[in-house]
Design a protein around this ligand. Structure first.
Ligand code: HEM
Length: 119
């Protein structure tokens, strides 16, 4: 909430080093992000996730707007916190393959609003 999808399209250029959206999107370094808002974590078809992303998926992580807002600031940190809160601290080891962090809060809101338009 509070994001501007048009501005988010410009922010998404930073993500395009590793991700694609749209009808012809393919997995690259990172998974295809079509429909990611509301999607269960770790479920892009044909993409090989890190152990910690896979564990968070198994623990029930859904990419709500709130979850994405926290994740994009610090992917590995977010997944560790999520697993620990779910009582699966033993699985909160290793790091996400996504090392990129988007610190700017408004940019996070905007890019999430953009992704929400990509079903
Ligand atoms: C995973 C979003 C930038 C590489 C993910 C996931 C999301 C996401 C939501 C989890 C997908 C899932 O569970 O299916 C974004 C957004 C970005 C961004 C919105 C820009 C703001 C980047 C960049 C890179 C990258 C620049 C590469 C340098 C990856 C990788 C994964 C991933 C490798 C897989 C993570 C794993 O298996 O642990 N990204 N990403 N991302 N992203 Fe990004």
């Amino acid at each position: 909430a509070g994001g501007d999808a048009a501005k988010g399209e410009a922010v998404f250029k930073k993500c395009q080093a590793c991700h694609r959206v749209g009808p012809d999107a393919k997995n690259l370094v990172g998974p295809v992000l079509n429909g990611v808002v509301g999607r269960k974590a770790g479920t892009a078809e044909g993409y090989k996730y890190s152990d910690i992303n896979h564990a968070a998926s198994e623990a029930g992580l859904i990419w709500t707007e709130d979850a994405l807002f926290d994740y994009l600031a610090d992917p590995s940190g977010y997944l560790k916190k999520y697993l620990t809160e779910k009582g699966a601290a033993d699985k909160a080891t290793g790091n996400s393959k996504m090392v990129y962090k988007l610190a700017n809060e408004q940019e996070r809101k905007d890019v999430i609003a953009f992704l929400a338009t990509k079903k």
